[in-house]
Write a protein that binds this ligand. Structure first.
Ligand SMILES: [Zn+2]
Length: 464
């Protein structure tokens, strides 16, 4: 009986204790995982592209910045300098090489989109080959997961330079993700809370608005980029490694055996002085790294530090400052393809200050073919006849696409002019000069448009 009484008392005490603790202690709702919070999210196309920023990343790590990297593809195309593997197997190797390169610096939060390598200068072909929508959905997820203060990416634009379409695509996607990740109405399934304990579909992420986006250029046009963003010396000495930043970048690059084994083997034979001479002389590392400010939602000076104006707290979602559509005549012809895409892109993403070449430019392999994509816009109520002609440098000839065409009432039609490019002239090893070509469009004896394009002929260049 005594035992029974004690048990009853214990049960009562436990019951009241439970009631009291239920009243006092609230259950903590789960928070975002702090291990994935970053200060800088780098978005590039291929394994080894991170090298465009590694001297700066080494510096940012010295300043205790948290960094994550997203690659668009696994780099499954191209030659393998280290072994026999090709295609998807090569991509599997290059994923590890990229992870190892970044781990050397201390960066381990690294992800890959499911894009495929695209051998072209045309950003639209790369976006098509990357399943644009699916890649954007993935990248928006990574922005929401990593909550970056700053995004660093390739400059979305087309220039004479390396000008890889995949590089441009990674910059275009980074810009789109910058503008969408903070929008609760975009990819909302990523934001919804779980409907049950083992939620299989909804992700419970929060919207996130990055504060700034900076670009690095894939172009030869330093003239139009200077003064458009901060510059960082790659020769300064790291506080943590006591080595110059270019040297840390080189150590990181050693992982890329499949892309650069012959170069890395050459370096392995050099002493420190020879490496420094090679790396810092002409054609080696330049002595500064330039960024171009895409946009800042927190002010700060254009050429100031990347973190100028950034404070720790989150900012509200900001819709891009869309500029109005340009006024067009009733009947017009304009450059299409990547050129009109970028004009629309800059307008839609509030990138009115982003440098771009005027007239537009491209470097192409010659002999070969130049394709000039055109939009013909007829807003009149009648079918219209137009005449297209091209003014070309000596030795260049029209293959097709000039002559008379009709475009139906209220229609916008795509067409193109194809031009045969001659063998580039021998110029004694000097830098080739781009040549200007123009396309004239007439209707009823009146000009309805003149398009200019600067074209540089090279012995080697990516396909257009
Ligand atoms: Zn690349």
């Amino acid at each position: 009986m005594k035992r029974f009484g004690t048990t009853v008392l214990l049960v009562f005490l436990c019951f009241f204790a439970t009631l009291r603790s239920a009243a006092q202690e609230a259950k903590t709702l789960p928070l975002p995982d702090e291990r994935y919070k970053t200060d800088i999210l780098v978005v590039v196309a291929h394994p080894d592209d991170e090298g465009a920023a590694t001297p700066y990343l080494a510096r940012a790590l010295d300043e205790h910045k948290r960094i994550a990297v997203v690659f668009g593809t696994r780099g499954s195309s191209g030659a393998n300098e280290a072994g026999a593997e090709q295609a998807a197997a090569l991509g599997a190797i290059r994923e590890i090489e990229a992870r190892n390169a970044l781990t050397t610096l201390g960066i381990t939060n690294v992800w890959f989109l499911s894009g495929k390598d695209t051998a072209s200068q045309n950003v639209l072909q790369s976006l098509a080959n990357w399943d644009h929508g699916a890649s954007l959905e993935q990248l928006v997820r990574f922005v929401r997961l990593t909550r970056p203060e700053v995004i660093l990416a390739f400059l979305p634009g087309t220039f004479i330079g390396e000008d890889h379409g995949d590089h441009q695509a990674s910059g275009a996607l980074a810009t789109e993700a910058f503008d969408l990740a903070g929008d609760p109405a975009s990819f909302s399934e990523q934001l919804a809370g779980p409907t049950k304990r083992l939620e299989p579909l909804l992700e419970n992420l929060r919207p996130w608005q990055p504060k700034k986006i900076y670009y690095f250029a894939d172009a030869d046009r330093e003239d139009i980029f200077s003064g458009k963003g901060p510059e960082y010396s790659v020769k300064e000495i790291s506080k943590s490694s006591k080595q110059p930043y270019w040297r840390m970048a080189l150590d990181s690059f050693r992982a890329h055996q499949t892309q650069a084994k012959s170069f890395l083997d050459k370096i392995a034979q050099m002493d420190e002085a020879q490496i420094e001479k090679m790396a810092t002389s002409d054609g080696g590392w330049t002595d500064t790294l330039h960024f171009v400010l895409g946009k800042s939602l927190v002010g700060g000076s254009v050429t100031g530090d990347v973190f100028d104006g950034i404070t720790p707290s989150a900012i509200l979602f900001a819709r891009p400052d869309v500029s109005p559509e340009p006024a067009r005549p009733e009947l017009s012809v304009e450059l299409g393809g990547p050129y009109s895409f970028y004009a629309e892109f800059r307008r839609a993403h509030g990138l009115g200050n982003l440098p771009h070449p005027e007239p537009p430019e491209i470097a192409l392999q010659a002999p070969g073919t130049l394709v000039i994509p055109l939009w013909v816009r007829n807003r009149t109520a009648k079918t219209q006849e137009i005449t297209l002609s091209a003014v070309l440098p000596a030795g260049w000839t029209t293959q097709n696409g000039t002559g008379k065409f009709t475009v139906a009432a209220k229609q916008v039609a795509a067409t193109r002019i194809e031009v045969n490019l001659p063998v580039p002239p021998e110029n004694g090893g000097k830098k080739p000069e781009p040549q200007e070509i123009s396309v004239h469009a007439e209707s009823n004896g009146k000009s309805i448009g003149e398009i200019k394009l600067r074209v540089e002929l090279r012995k080697r260049a990516l396909p257009q």
